[in-house]
Design a binder for this molecule. Structure first.
Ligand SMILES: [Zn+2]
Ligand SMILES: [Zn+2]
Length: 143
C-alpha cells in the first residue's frame, strides 16, 4: 500500500498543512471506515495530547474539503475514509457494525440513474447494504 502525499492533497484543497491534519489523514488512511474515537486515539499516539475538539475540527475541515468521506449508517456512529469521489457503497453488519466497501453494482454507476430524478442533477448515490458479516454469521451458527 503506497502512502499518498497528504501534504500535497491538503495544499491542493487550499488547506494549511498542520501536524494534526496530517496525523488524522494518516489514521484514516491506515484504518478505512474508522470512527471518531479511534481517530482520536491514533492521533494521540502520534502527536501526544490533542483535544477531542481539535480532532473533530480537523475531520470536519477534511470532510468539507472533500479529502475525507464521512459515512453514517443509520443507528451507527460516523465513520471516515479517504476513498472519495468514486461512488462506492458499503455493506454494514447489523450485529457488530462491521463496515466494508462494495463497488457500485456494474459499469458506470447505474445507481446514479434514478428512475425519476425529479429534475435534480444527481452526482452521488448513497447505498448501504445491511446484513450479517461472516464473523457474526459463524458465531451464530456455533450457538
Ligand atoms: Zn458482524
Ligand atoms: Zn468505503
Amino acid at each position: 500500500m503506497t502512502t499518498p502525499d497528504f501534504r500535497s492533497e491538503l495544499r491542493g484543497a487550499a488547506l494549511r498543512v498542520t501536524r494534526p491534519r496530517l496525523a488524522v489523514m494518516a489514521a484514516v488512511h491506515a484504518h478505512p471506515h474508522v470512527d471518531t474515537e479511534t481517530v482520536i486515539g491514533l492521533v494521540r499516539t502520534d502527536l501526544g495530547a490533542v483535544s477531542h475538539q481539535a480532532v473533530y475540527d480537523v475531520l470536519r475541515a477534511l470532510t468539507e474539503a472533500g479529502l475525507v468521506r464521512r459515512i453514517q449508517p443509520s443507528g451507527a456512529t460516523a465513520r471516515y475514509e479517504l476513498r472519495v469521489g468514486d461512488n462506492h457503497h458499503h455493506v454494514v453488519c447489523r450485529s457488530c457494525g462491521a463496515v466494508a466497501d462494495a463497488d457500485c453494482a456494474v459499469g458506470p454507476a447505474p445507481c446514479l440513474t434514478a428512475s425519476d430524478d425529479h429534475g435534480f442533477v444527481i452526482d452521488e448515490a448513497e447505498v448501504v447494504y445491511w446484513g450479517t458479516c461472516p464473523t457474526c454469521t459463524a458465531a451464530r451458527s456455533r450457538q
